[in-house]
Design a protein around this ligand. Sequence first.
Ligand code: AOS
Ligand code: ZN
Ligand code: ZN
Length: 388
Amino acid sequence: MSTLPDTVLSELELQAIELPSWAFGNSGTRFKVFGTPGTPRDPFEKIADAAQVNTYTALAPTVALHIPWDKVEDYDVLRKHAEDLGVALGTINSNTFQDDDYKFGALTHEDAAVRRKAIDHHFECIDIMHATGSRDLKIWLAEGSNYPGQADLRGRQDRLNESLRTIYERLGDDQRLVLEYKFFEPAFYHTDVPDWGTSYAQVSTLGDKAMVCLDTGHHAPGTNIEFIVMQLLRLGKLGSFDFNSRFYADDDLIVGAADPFQLFRILFEVARGGGLNNPDVAFMLDQCHNVEDKIPGQIRSVLNVQEMTARALLVDAEALRAAQVSGDVLAANAVFMDAFYTDVRPALAEWRESRGLPADPMAAFAASGYLQQIAADRVGGVQAGWGA
Ligand code: AOS
Ligand code: ZN
Ligand code: ZN
């Protein structure tokens, strides 16, 4: 195929994928953090790097921040800095996983004083959202227990609900809370928000401004993630995605790298359920680039999402429906697979050029000399956050 249908291109033109500031810092495993020359030393430099991704792809107009990793004196200055570089500040991510007080929980803790501290941190995040113009507060909780009997599972769920309600009530009219789930880690026996059902049960009691965040790496092996996507869209509660890919657990690798077919299936359900380019359903990346260069890693990621979106949009909906209705199993599967196996890369390259973008953003960025420049300019870049 040399060109893509206009209906597909008009959707692709609208696509926006938020980048995580922490993807630009050094990160690693608990064994070793490898430094990369030119790593950002502060949030301003992280945003500058993120803006490069948008410059070469026109796919990444916003950057998610993490508090406290991206704390600055004056958020107006940070906001202006982002705007000057052609991007905006996006989701604010809270952090209740790096403080000794939270060893046995934060929003679920038995001690009201610890819960208060965690709630106050979220209030601070909401204040920052007003200054940055951010809409979403993303909450991922590291809370749980390691041994059966260690914790009162029911009591923790009740306290979580009370804490979330307090945070929710503080949101501005145009702000939202998105609650991310994760089946394990750092807790190994039970996690307080382990699955979409728990996140949904919690946010449903809060109100319309509370939604579920689906991180593609946060499921047990074999989970049918696209089914969850379908269900949350059907319920009107899919607030955002954290895209990444995984071979084993929460690997935070480049989206589409481990299982492009799964990404295709997810994006097909997104499109089918009206979630594509729908402002209520934010697309974000949640990745860490441990051994590869970070900016090209992010460019590769947004291109992977774009390519699989194009393929998902190529599914012949009418033919698929006809085969489904007539019970023609193999014809239905063939329609689906035909779209998946379509190599859209040449058509996307051509389309990019027609819009004044580089046909090959990876090559154009590599040729720009930006990485060499930041390696020379920046010394002593920071770790992304884990353990920092
Ligand atoms: C943790 O496993 C989650 O994926 C979080 O979304 C995220 O990586 C963290 O909150 C960084 O801000
Ligand atoms: Zn995540
Ligand atoms: Zn994660």
